[in-house]
Write a protein that binds this ligand. Structure first.
Ligand code: NAD
Length: 464
């Protein structure tokens, strides 16, 4: 496995660990402030030529970039398994997602239409103008997809991009930047800058040449980014935390609801902003649901992420595992799944917990680990009240056989992404984002290039 080098060095070194064994994989050199500034200025200098490329040519370059990623799916997936502990199946999907997102937005340059609006005495037309340099800040939980969701529509809309991966997981982003160059994307159009949040990430916020920050990460850091962007009225998209409810009605296919619940909660070891980490079950079906849930949890395959059958690997770091374990202190654990014993890696068994009250931390906090809390509800109104009793609003699921109820409840839950009788949240061609403190703005879907451009209105007088 070839590990891509970082082109920066002055900001020190971060030793990247393999979370499945805690073994050191490589040292990644980090950018300091001066190197970050220089990279932002390079991206700024690359902008006029990139925005001026004919739409069809920009599209062709993005298709070539997509093909370059597509021809390296296995290589990128292996790198992600080693760096992030993702299961090999998930990691292949994630690399494929980058390929597909690039291909999807490669169709945008020739289709990013303005409008012609009736106006007396002339012709009124609108244009989508690119912003300039866009800063994308990526968390460690889905290093590849989240990078792609920011960079692909931003490039398609004619911007140049500086991208900061999380300190813990820089390797696939560095490789993707190499593939961009191989595909013919000009120097300076996409620059991956490994570095610290407080150095590189904050500089994206404070540097006046960065015209938009596209941030995915914790709600706490996101609030600071929003405050910082206010100083320059800088555009900002925030994709933040979640504490998502999976609402199971008594009329649902309970076998389906129970067998799919572990995947909805423990995929990526629960380190997923869309994890359905709260399950609300209608009281009359509560005992039966728990009976069905137990074997689904105990048979969930927690094993070496390189095994094709693995359903869950380790957590990202010792710190993350310890923080989840700490927050479980004193919790009422109904049952636990398997884990890997005798390894120095950051393993943890999935757990099902029964909160004692609506204010129990296991019910209210985003633990970001393989923990799901189950609570009964009485009727539709009670389900909605409990589901919405959170500052977050990212995703959620509804299990019922009643179509009318499915739609009523989906409309009633204050979340950006809901699924009925499944746990699907993300399709690159549909919009994704949060209500309330889960975020601001939307990513993906057909409109994403709009959020990386300004609308300009031009009126041409046709004379008297
Ligand atoms: P984090 O907020 O600590 O870090 C995210 C990124 O921001 C990292 O690259 C980090 O280096 C950078 N950063 C940290 N401090 C910064 C600062 N002061 N200025 C600028 N950048 C800074 O989050 P994390 O622990 O890496 O990721 C987990 C969090 O991300 C969870 O809360 C999760 O819910 C959230 N998340 C949300 C979504 C979504 O789409 N809504 C998706 C994935 C993850």
């Amino acid at each position: 496995m070839r590990i891509p080098p970082s082109p920066f060095a002055a900001g020190g070194v971060h030793t990247v660990l393999d979370p499945s064994s805690a073994a050191a994989l490589t040292d990644v050199t980090l950018a300091d402030l001066a190197e970050t500034d220089a990279a932002i200025e390079r991206a700024h200098r690359a902008f006029p030529a990139w925005r001026a490329i004919a739409p069809g040519e920009r599209a062709r370059l993005l298709r070539a970039f997509s093909d370059a990623v597509g021809s390296r799916i296995d290589e990128l997936a292996q790198l992600e398994v080693a760096n992030s502990g993702h299961t090999i199946g998930n990691a292949r999907w994630e690399a494929g997602n980058v390929r597909d997102v690039l291909a999807y937005y490669a169709a945008a340059p020739e289709r990013h239409f303005g409008r012609q609006i009736p106006a007396p005495g002339g012709v009124d037309i609108t244009f989508h103008e690119p912003l300039g340099v866009v800063g994308v800040i990526v968390p460690w939980n889905f290093p590849m997809p989240i990078a792609g969701w920011g960079l692909a529509p931003a490039l398609a809309a004619g911007n140049t991009v500086v991208l900061k991966p999380a300190e813990l997981t820089p390797l696939t982003a560095l490789r993707i930047a190499e593939l961009a160059l191989e595909a013919g994307i000009p120097e300076g159009v996409l620059t991956v800058i490994p570095g610290k949040g407080r150095v590189v990430g904050e500089r994206f916020v404070t540097h006046p040449l960065v015209r938009k920050v596209c941030f995915t990460g914790s709600t706490e850091v996101g609030k600071g980014i929003m405050r910082g962007c206010a100083d320059q009225v800088k555009r900002v998209t925030l994709e933040l935390g979640g504490k998502n409810a999976n609402i199971v009605f008594a009329d649902a296919d309970l076998e389906l609801a129970a067998s799919s619940a572990p995947g909805g909660a423990f995929d990526n070891a629960g380190q997923d902003c869309c994890a359905r980490s709260r399950i609300l079950v209608q009281r009359s079906a509560y005992d039966r649901f728990l009976e069905l849930l137990e074997p689904a949890v105990t048979s969930f395959r927690v094993q070496d992420p390189r095994d094709e059958e693995a359903q869950m690997g380790p957590l990202i770091s010792a710190q993350q595992r310890d923080s989840v374990a700490e927050q479980l202190d004193g919790a009422d654990v109904a049952f636990a799944g398997r884990t890997v014993e005798g390894s120095d890696g950051f393993w943890m068994a999935p757990r099902v917990v029964l909160p004692r009250t609506l204010r129990d931390p296991v019910w209210t906090r985003e633990l970001f680990g393989p923990v799901v809390a189950v609570m009964p509800f009485d009727d539709e109104a009670d389900a909605l009240a409990k589901a919405n009793d959170t500052e977050y609003g990212l995703s959620g699921s509804i299990f019922t056989r009643d179509l009318g109820r499915a739609l009523r409840v989906a409309r009633g839950v204050d979340s950006g992404n809901l699924s009925v009788n499944s746990h699907s949240s993300v399709r690159y061609w549909t919009p994704f984002g949060g209500f309330k403190q889960s975020g601001l703005g939307r990513e993906l879907g057909p409109d994403a290039p709009d959020s990386f451009s300004e609308v300009k209105n031009v009126f041409l007088s046709t004379g008297a």
